[in-house]
Design a protein around this ligand. Sequence first.
Ligand SMILES: Cc1cc2nc3c(=O)[nH]c(=O)nc-3n(C[C@H](O)[C@H](O)[C@H](O)COP(=O)(O)O)c2cc1C
Length: 201
Amino acid sequence: MRNDFEKAMHFRHATKIFDTSKPMSEEDLTFILEAGRMSPSSFGMEHWQFFVIRDTAMREAIKAVAWNQPQITTASELIAIGYKKRVRSSDPYIQSEFNKFGYPDYLRDMYAQWIDPRSNETLESWSACQVYIAAANMMSAAASIGIDSCPIEGFDRIATEKIMGIDTLDFGIPLLIPFGYRLKEQQPRLRSELSELVTYL
Ligand SMILES: Cc1cc2nc3c(=O)[nH]c(=O)nc-3n(C[C@H](O)[C@H](O)[C@H](O)COP(=O)(O)O)c2cc1C
């Protein structure tokens, strides 16, 4: 198991171009989405919404506002990871999550005291942080079954949200992740040594 995980970590790399002749199966897509769904989130609020973009014209339009990165149109599946914006304690979604989990009053109060006073900007960045955890799990899950991916932040967010036609009062899109099979061999992956990265206190 440890070896399997290690192998997946080394297999995963930021894939720059995908093989358009190799589609992923629905089953594999569901496996990846499940990894997102089962991810941890602050207070368990599942801040994510996964938009699977299959419309070819929509993908072309997004590519045009994403530095023309070929991953956007060559990937078998393109997932835009959305974060929820309406996450104050009084928002209906948060109320429904509280009820789903049967949160006691003290936890609801704690949430209200900790989250509600935040500015919209701080609140959004907190919500966006949660979806990056799901994103990482999805890419690792994909790698564990031999599927490639590339996290993409290099796109015009406002233009992309408009192209997708989402309600930007509800969702923001910080990250796109194309999934599929690599066309080319991966480049060597350069990393700092653990001794440089870890501080024991
Ligand atoms: C949040 C985030 C945004 C990224 N945006 C892009 C991007 O727009 N285009 C791209 O080709 N790679 C993008 N990358 C990939 C990184 O450049 C890549 O992960 C890094 O260079 C390490 O390479 P590796 O993932 O192959 O090990 C992004 C990575 C992250 C985590």
